[in-house]
Structures are given as structure tokens and as C-alpha cells.
Write a protein of this length. Structure first.
Length: 103
């Protein structure tokens, strides 16, 4: 239980009390866990089905944050720039020619 007591400072960032007048103090420390989910089948239990990142609440009775590690990492991978191939053109009405210079 002592490991997760530091996460008490994180709880107001995740679950905000709208009636609280106390200022939010940035946390100095926190506990983060890497959770391995294994198959209950003994032959397949040698490697995890998924690896997840989790931040427990201060009482270790629930999660403040919990998701698969690949989803978490995807947010921080730089996306490839998409080339802009659009070629905008202006439509010209029939019967209306270009405006002569100086008019």
C-alpha cells in the first residue's frame, strides 16, 4: 500500500473535485506499474498476451490510468508527414473574360 500512497498527488489531476478550493500541487513522485496479462492455458503462459501500463489510486483499489503499452507508445510516435497534392484552381464563368489591366 505504501508504494501507491505517492499517487494521492495525482488523483486531483485525473479525478477533479469541482468544489475543492485547494490548489493543485504538481506531484513529485508517483508509482507506475507494467502489468503482464498471461494466458490461463499452461502451454501458452510463457509469453504475455499483452503488456499494460497502469497507475493505481492511493489505496490500490482501482486505477487512475490503465491501457495497453502499444496504445500508450503510439501517441508519442511521430507521424509521417502527408504530402499535399491538392492543386486548387479558380472557376471561371463562361462569357466573362479576364479583367483588363487598369480597369
Amino acid at each position: 500500500m505504501i508504494m501507491a500512497e505517492a499517487n494521492k498527488a495525482i488523483e486531483p489531476l485525473v479525478i477533479r473535485d469541482i468544489f475543492s478550493s485547494e490548489p493543485i500541487v504538481p506531484p513529485a513522485t508517483a508509482s507506475v506499474f507494467f502489468v503482464g496479462i498471461f494466458s490461463p492455458i499452461v502451454k501458452q503462459a510463457e509469453r504475455p498476451l499483452s503488456i499494460e501500463i497502469a497507475v493505481p489510486d492511493k489505496d490500490m483499489k482501482g486505477w487512475l490510468f490503465h491501457e495497453p503499452i502499444d496504445l500508450f507508445v503510439r501517441r508519442y510516435v511521430k507521424q509521417a508527414a502527408q504530402e499535399d497534392k491538392a492543386l486548387p484552381t479558380l472557376k471561371v464563368k463562361k462569357g466573362v473574360g479576364p479583367t483588363p489591366p487598369g480597369s
